[in-house]
Write a protein that binds this ligand. Structure first.
Ligand code: NAP
Length: 301
């Protein structure tokens, strides 16, 4: 039997509707809306399109949204001063600096400069610490792992006591999702294993997984025979494997694939996320939710 497809596109559309309604309610009550600034340095084409999508989504939700484009040669000191000005701006509840930054700017210094209570990406060490503590300490879970957990929850995949195997140990996906799934909390309480390039016998670990989260950035890394029948497979990988011309617009578009062979895996798994249309749309959605929560922290409801 073919797996149930967990559509990030559909789940994120539902969540965005929920957020939109909440923003309207809070605006009527307080006369204020959440504010999000996205800072884009330079002209990196992929970054430009990510930022455009974030701003478009914020606009649709009724947020006060600011797109602050800065030239490639902005100095580190100027960028840090700009961030400080948004830290002090009461209309802004979320500050997002689009990564990667030009080489002359230290990304760590930039992340550290953002007020942790406006760090809607959840990358500041204070927010990483809050995530590790869990429970009420968590302020801004990083967006991609938050989206993964939300998909698992909304698809009704049991997590308590489940074996979760996470492929990859990056600070933005692998490590945080592993921590989140191991917490003593709803939609968590799992037994978690992290595998990476030094792991011996990846296949044996993956085969044990009731929930397999793959975030390596390697197309077809996970073989169909590594998947436990009935498991939930969350494919985070986004790999450009070629190009195609859109029939509608005539534009050249990238062909994207995940880290899992979707067509074969869906015949074995119980649930699976597609690429594209899986984890990707959830990430922006969680950014919007974090910004809403940042705003809510500044008002009395
Ligand atoms: P990353 O920083 O490059 O980390 C990749 C991790 O995978 C590393 O821990 C690496 O192990 C591990 N890995 C790589 N090749 C492996 C192999 N052959 N066997 C076992 N482990 C392997 O990547 P990332 O930022 O976490 O992103 C991972 C993927 O998710 C990328 O395709 C990225 O584009 C995608 N992504 C998607 C979203 C979204 O919104 N959909 C968001 C973020 C990332 P070592 O630590 O041992 O090197």
């Amino acid at each position: 039997m073919s797996a149930a497809i967990i559509s990030g596109k559909e789940i994120s559309a539902t969540i965005l509707d929920e957020i939109e309604m909440e923003v309207k309610r809070l605006k009527e009550l307080h006369g204020k809306v959440p504010g999000l600034v996205t800072i884009l340095v330079g002209e990196h084409p992929a970054s430009k399109s990510y930022v455009a999508l974030k701003i478009k989504t914020a606009h649709r939700l009724g947020y006060h949204e600011v797109q602050d484009n800065q030239p490639e040669d902005i100095s580190e000191a100027e960028l840090l001063a700009l961030i400080q000005s948004y830290n002090e701006d009461d209309r802004i509840h979320g500050i997002l600096v689009q990564l990667p930054l030009p080489k002359h700017i230290d990304e760590n210094k930039v992340i550290m400069a953002i007020d942790p209570d406006k760090d809607v990406d959840g990358f500041h060490p204070v927010n990483a610490g809050r995530l590790l503590i869990g429970g009420d300490a968590v302020r801004f879970p990083p967006c991609t792992p938050a989206g993964i957990q939300e998909m698992i929850a909304r698809a009704g995949v049991p997590t308590s006591g489940a074996e979760v195997v996470v492929v990859g140990r990056s600070n933005i996906v692998g490590k945080p999702i592993a921590v989140m799934m191991a917490q003593k909390a709803p939609h968590a309480n799992a037994t978690v294993t992290i595998v990476h390039t030094r792991t011996q016998d990846m296949a044996a670990h993956c085969l044990r997984a009731d929930i397999l989260v793959v975030a390596a950035g390697v197309p077809n890394l996970v073989k169909p025979e590594w998947i436990k029948p009935g498991a939930c497979v969350i494919d985070v990988g986004v790999n450009r494997v070629g190009e195609r011309v859109s029939e509608k617009t005539g534009r050249t578009l990238p062909i994207l694939r995940g880290d899992v062979d979707f067509d074969k895996a869906k015949e074995i798994a119980g649930w699976i996320t597609p690429v594209p249309g899986g984890v990707g749309p959830m990430t922006i959605c969680m950014l919007m939710r974090n910004t809403l929560n940042g705003f809510k922290g500044t008002i009395k409801d």
